[in-house]
Every structure is written in C-alpha cells, then in structure tokens.
Design a protein. Structure first.
Length: 557
C-alpha cells in the first residue's frame, strides 16, 4: 500500500512540476506601455535600428479613373479583418486542475493588456503544404467573411497588414534575428489558394505600399481590387462574398516589452443601386500618439445635404466613419478619437464614441466592430483583439451638431492621455446630394416592336427612343445628353414645321419635348468612323429630383 501511495505521489508531483514549467499563460502586473515603448525606441535608436517617420495620414486614390479625392457612389464602405497574434491560454485542464493544453486560437475576451500576456501566433488554417515537402507552409493565419448585399459591385479593395516587430521574440531582445521577408504575407480569397502579397516601396502603380517600416512598427498596403473583382462572374455575380484568410504575417511573440500586436484588414468600397449616394474618402499612413502630441487630418471633396425647405427642421446629415489603429488596449484608457464641431465659432473637437463598444475615453480599445457590434464572422472572434482595432460606426450627429448641412470638409484628431497607439487608417462615408439622370434607349420598327439586337435590312426605317429621369438626391442642372449612333446610320430629314432643327439649320425627323433642343450634330464621316453623334440640351425643369420620365424619339435609316 505504501508503494502505491508513493508512486501516485511521485506522478502527481511530476505532473504538477511540468504544468508549472509550461504555464505560459500567467499574467504579469499591468505595464506602463507608453514608457515601455519609449525605452525600446531609445534602445533601437542607440543600435541605429530605428528610422523616424513624420506623422501623417494621406488620402488614398480609390477612384477607378485614378483621379485624386473621394469617390461619389451609390453604395458604401465595409471591411473584413482579424488579429494575427493572441493570448496563449489554457484550453483544457487535467482533472486535478493543471493545464493539459494551451492554444492561441481560442477567442480572448478578457481585459488584460497585451503587454502582460504571452502573445503567440494564431494559426487556424490547419496543415497547409503548398510545395509538397510535407511541411506546414503557414505559421500564422486568421480569417473573416465578406457578405456584401446582393447585386453589389466591388469598386475598391485595399489590403493592410500591420505589426509591432522590433524583435523576433521579447525573450531575446539582444539578438538581431528579425526576418527580412516581413513585407510579404499570404492571402487566400474565397474558393482559392494562398497568394503571396508583397508590399513594394518602388511599385510604379502605388508609391505608398509601405506606410511605415521604422524598425519597431510596420504597416503595409496593397491594392487588390482586381483580385477581388475577378471573383465575380456572370454565373456567380456575388463571388466576392465568402471567407478571406490572411497568413504568415510576422510579429514579435512572447511576453514582454510593451506587448505584441498585429493584424490585417481589407477595406471594401462597393456600389449598390439600392443604397444612398455617398462621398467615400480613405486616408492611410502612420501616426505615433503617445500623450505628448495630437495628430489632425482633414476630409474634403464632399458636400453634405442642404438644410431643406424648413431651416428650423434641417435635413439630417448621416455619415459612417472607419478607424483602424495598432496598439490600442482594452485595459488602458485615455485614447480619444475626435471630430471638430464646425457649428460653434470656437470649432472645438468632440469625442467620438459608440453606445456599447467604443467609450469616449478609450476609443481604441482592441476591438473589431461594425456598427457597434463585434464582428463575429472572424475565426477566432475575440472581443479583445489585443492591440489591433478596426471599427466602423455611424457618426453620432444629433441635430447635425458635429457635421452640419452644406459642409464641405471635416477635421479629425487623434489624442491620448494614457496609452500609446498608432492610427494607420481612417475613412469617411457621408451621404451627399447628387443628381443622377438615368437613361434608357430602345430601338423599334415603325410598328412599335422593339428590335434591339435584331438584324435589319438595308434602308429600313428605325425609331430610337431615349427615356430619361433624375433618380438622384438633388436637382440636375446644365444637362447634356450625348448619343453616338451606330455605324452608317443616317438621320431622316423632314420639311418644316415638322421635326427639330440642328445648329446648322438642318431639320431632322426628331420628336423632342418642349424645351429640349439639339445643340450639336456631327454627321457620319471618316474622322468619326462613320458614327454620327447628337447632343441634346435638357432644361433644368425636366431633371428635378424625382421628376417624371421624359422621352426623345427620332427616326433614322
């Protein structure tokens, strides 16, 4: 009996000792992360391994035509995102209380800051052997799902990945063992395989792929619009929806310093005719907020809706704001995101907040949220993403007290009194006034039968009908309708008083509503490929917001 008791006791002590040696989940006393950062920064400067960068967030070109400024579109902005390092915690215990299994793939919902936790890579994609060498080709991975409304078209897709990476591990800060391929990550689109995505500072198509790489923090960007758009086909128009996985994003791991934080986000601007017209602007870059400075930026290039017919009851100004930052902590207050109030002479800055998740005194608090709810389509879907923030929220604008009617710009400010954090992405989607004249052109035979796409005989008379209506959010002015006719088509002339007169005096068999006039006609010729062109001027009264359908009819052979 004594021998059995002794054996059991030895086994218990062995297991207990093993558990204590491997218990990496223990949490240290809360750190002063701002002070820790300054200490690490000075150490890197002394080793000539830190390259300072000026604070700035600059407007990104997202217009398909390459023009500068925000894009006016019927649609909206959204994102997918996740962190890539997480607390390594016990997920399975022995019957006697010791930990049997640790993991960083489980959601973390606690309040401890990342500097007091053992931070390790998330890796949710299982075993991935791309080159057939029987080795796992991904060491970090996390995912999120995109779910755009039906019949949406992706206009812009920007991928960002960001990390604190002064060392390979906090346990070996004297070693110069940082990898040199940290500007490359892997990205898997719905239904596809991983693709290598590399941020290239010399890229001729985008000179701001490296937003910062100072020896402590890196933030990279890649325009992947073409990749995401390529998922949508006639057979599967919503092919862009599904699960996106980011992998092999590199970060400092372990416990120490001012904590590890890293993650990724893909920002999507999409068009959808069922949504209101908006001006959407995206700003990205880098700013270091440490309590001794504020960083301001300005949105411009939009005009909010007018007051309306009753100044005592102005039309509401609606806007959505996207904000992303690195190193915001749930357990450290003081981080504030503010918008300047232009309705008062002093132009004071108003704290931004949401009802449930982003308090005014700790806006950047390690959360990934959409319209004040945690994004639960992520794997893992931590409520505390430990230093990686992406939040999209509706601007709290009671009585237009922050952004008012007819406003053409907005100033925002990042500040803190407690934490240190690094904003790298901001976007604004504001409802705007925008006329939209919708055109519908049909071709009929003399009997009124529509024959679009049907072969016709040489010399046949055909009727063009152009119907137009303003379906936008404002009245249109100075409207010109241009119609380029098919090759070798001739307009039929008629005698007075019938038809309508072109600027050169020619009278064509064209039936126009009263007030619409022909302002230009270019007959078929070698220079225009034998394709005639007509221009019509439309009175402002015919293109009022929500106005009735109007019709142009002309005959050609």
């Amino acid at each position: 009996m004594m021998k059995k008791i002794l054996i059991i006791l030895i086994l218990f002590l062995t297991n207990a000792t093993f558990s204590q040696e491997k218990d990496f989940s223990s949490e240290k006393k809360a750190l002063n992360e701002a002070l820790e950062y300054k200490t690490i920064k000075q150490s890197l400067i002394a080793k000539n391994k830190f390259q300072a960068r000026a604070n700035s967030l600059d407007q990104r070109i997202i217009n398909p035509d390459g023009t500068v400024g925000g894009i006016n579109i019927k649609g909206n902005i959204t994102f997918v995102a996740n962190n890539i390092v997480n607390a390594r915690v016990c997920v399975r215990t022995y019957w006697w209380g010791g930990c049997a299994e640790y993991s960083s793939n489980s959601p973390y919902d606690g309040y401890t800051q990342n500097g007091s936790l053992n931070m390790q890579y998330i890796d949710v994609d299982g075993f991935v052997d791309e080159d057939g060498d029987s080795n796992d080709d991904t060491f970090s991975s996390s995912s999120d799902e995109l779910n755009l409304p039906a019949c949406s078209r992706v206009v812009y897709a920007g991928l960002y990945w960001a990390s604190v990476y002064p060392y390979e591990s906090w346990s070996n800060t004297d070693s110069d063992d940082r990898r040199d391929d940290y500007n490359t990550m892997k990205f898997r689109l719905p239904g596809g395989s991983y693709q290598n995505i590399t941020a290239d500072p010399s890229s001729p198509t985008n000179t701001r792929e490296v937003l910062v790489d100072d020896g402590y923090t890196y933030i990279f960007n890649k325009d992947i619009t073409a990749l995401v758009q390529g998922l949508s086909t006639p057979a599967n128009p919503d092919g862009h929806n599904g699960t996106y996985v980011a992998a092999n994003i590199i970060a400092t791991t372990g416990q120490g310093g001012n904590g590890s934080s890293a993650g990724w986000t893909m920002v999507i601007v999409y068009q959808n005719e069922t949504e209101s017209s908006k001006n959407i602007a995206v700003f990205d870059g880098y700013a270091e907020i440490d309590g001794s400075n504020n960083v301001d930026l300005t949105y411009s290039g939009f005009t909010t809706i007018p007051v309306g017919p009753d100044p005592a009851d102005p039309a509401p100004v609606r806007a959505s704001v996207l904000a992303a930052a690195l190193e915001g902590d749930r357990g450290i207050g003081g981080d504030r995101f503010q918008i300047q109030d232009n309705t008062v002479p002093t132009g004071i800055y108003r704290d931004q907040s949401t009802t449930n998740l982003n308090p005014a005194n700790n806006f950047f608090n390690g959360s990934i949220s959409r319209y004040d709810s945690f994004v639960t389509t992520r794997t893992p879907d931590s409520e505390n993403s430990l230093g990686f923030d992406v939040d999209l929220y509706e601007l709290n604008n009671p009585d237009n007290s922050v952004i008012t009617n007819g406003q053409t710009s907005a100033n925002v400010r990042f500040t803190t009194t407690g934490d240190v954090y690094y904003p790298f992405l901001n976007a604004l989607a504001v409802e705007i006034i925008q006329p939209e004249v919708q055109l519908l052109k049909t071709i009929t035979d003399p009997g009124g039968l529509e024959i679009s796409g049907t072969p016709v005989g040489l010399g046949s008379e055909l009727y063009y009908k152009i119907t137009f209506q303003n379906v936008g959010t404002d009245d249109a002015t100075n409207t010109i309708i241009t119609d380029r006719l098919p090759k070798n088509v001739d307009l039929l002339e008629v005698a007075a008083p019938n038809g309508s007169v072109a600027p050169d005096g020619t009278r064509f068999n064209i039936d126009l509503p009263a007030g619409v006039t022909i302002v230009a006609y270019d007959p078929p010729a070698v220079g225009n490929g034998f394709r005639a062109e007509l221009e019509f001027s439309v009175p402002d009264s015919m293109v009022l917001e929500g106005g009735i359908y109007m019709k142009l009819i002309y005959v050609f052979r």
